[in-house]
Design a protein around this ligand. Sequence first.
Ligand code: WTA
Length: 641
Amino acid sequence: MHETRSFAPPPAFAAAANLNAAKLEQLHAHAACDHEGFWADQARTQLSWRQRFEQTLDSSLAPRYRWFTGGLLNASYNCLDRHLAARGDKTAIVFEADDGAITRYSYAALHAEVCRLANALRGLGIGKSDRVVLYLPMGAQAVIAMQACARIGAIHSAVFGGFSAESLKDRIEDAGARLVITADAAPRGGKRVDLKTAVDKALAGGCASVERVLVYRRMDGCAMQPQRDLWWQDRVPTQCAECEPEWVESNHPLFLLYTSGSTGKPKGVQHSTAGYLLGATVTMQWVFDLKQSDVFWCTADIGWITGHSYVAYGPLSNGVTQLIFEGIPTYPDGERFWRMIAAHQVSVFYTAPTAIRALMRLGDHLPARHDLSSLRLLGTVGEPINPEAWMWYHRVIGGGRCPIVDTWWQTETGSMMIAPVPGAVATKPGSCTRPLPGICVDIVDEDGKPVTQIGRGGFLVITRPWPSMLSTIWGNDERYAETYFGRFGDQVYVAGDGAQRDEDGYIWILGRIDDVLNVSGHRLGTMEVESALAAHPRVAEAAVVGRPHDIKGEAILAFVVVRGERADAIAEGLPRELCVWVAEQLGAIARPDEVRLVDGLPKTRSGKIMRRLLRSIGAGETVTQDTSTLENPAILEQLRG
Ligand code: WTA
């Protein structure tokens, strides 16, 4: 936090930018004096409406805010149809498969594919408000599936392919999905990921709402259940390539996306159609300084919010060309990203700090072998970026000439909230700088009072509703109100992150202040991992904390009290078995780095697990907390491992 380096926008970049300092100032000024009028203007000019909205913001059900009420539109129309006349032949998607095979889709071709799938879905009886779970590999089909759902007003809920059958089942059941769209299997980093097997397992354990499973044949096939399962390739290609969109009201749910919170059960974050799409559309112009000539590449998987806003919707709504990649950065070797940037002439590149750190470790000579001069702007998202990784990204990947946009936002915020506008705002390594126009951010103390002292931490809050905010938690308005607005009232959205300001008013994110971990940029609840552990017959009790990790940012450390003798359990290799168990229960991303078996967990006299103590121990710090309340002080030694 003692970072003093600052990088002003390069003059040539600023001169050509969508927003220079003066234009940005105008937007801020407009939003500051007329918040609703500002967003109404944006909505009118950025989106194509079937019918104009009547009211900009309806707060009558606060904290359930409704934006642009009475308007009718369709997200897929905005992403596809409205480009056909001007740029139907322009490439919308360049897809590079794991093995390097390339497929291109023009806007016209993508439109036709989306219409065909939308017609096929209608043929299966899927329509407005039906939930469709997508369990698909990263690829054009995932985008086509999302767009097809949007086209007919169905609500998609994408589940990351790395989640287990068990996690998939929970999400399908909570959403009450009628249809699952998946693939037989997918190649990823040279390995095979069996998606359909996981779907079969999930459905065998429940999921009574699911009527059909539509399977995209990506590899060599899979077992099919005759009454239930259908091949995409049998159903879709024969459909008509035109499909009338379902015009929906602005607040019609576009999708659900499950994310981790501080309980054991992930919550279905519900996003609206108009407000969400507006956020995804306009932030790309502001923060990515998007031009029609850009080749945009966001490396996030479709299973995360970044893959929604900046792969499935934002780029298409803006009519640009984007690259979509099926694989991983280190396959077949650590040059994959750099080779792809050169081959496809990528100009704007958006990735996660964890990927940057992993690639930085492999050495400067790998990117040096490739011509990265097509790049003009770099972005990061998902977790705080350490200044060392930022500087490497800037110097080695950006050649010192590309601004870096460090973008803070969340599944719940729908689009970027705090990020530099690269032609106008100087950047500092490790800071996401300032809020975007129309986004009112503050840092407050326990009592909700603004923290004015420089360098003092507090709760990061958003003090006015914004269009791309979540509408609610699916089926649970109370949990929505309590989680996000329970602390400081209906007006103040609590993000769950800690933050502080520096002397220039720049915001520095300090990380989560709730029981949420951030492993490789992925959100995971400590409670989720704890309940997975507790489901194992040998586990009596478990406590999970994050500990600092060079590449992943944070890694999972679990303390487990076993049933029976601790020594026997260690001799039998139970810690390893539990790591595998968690991966099976939740998915590989939740696999603990280490499981420590202990005879008891440190608790206060009132019985609360002393998490802060466990975190200090995990980080290898000297314990400064008062441990006098520990029932059994000898446990400290076991906890240290
Ligand atoms: C963290 C990802 C620091 C933060 C878009 C937030 C960040 C959580 C940044 C949301 C950033 C995201 N700097 N921390 N630029 N971006 N985070 O829902 O803790 O997967 O609350 O959304 O990631 O994660 P989510």
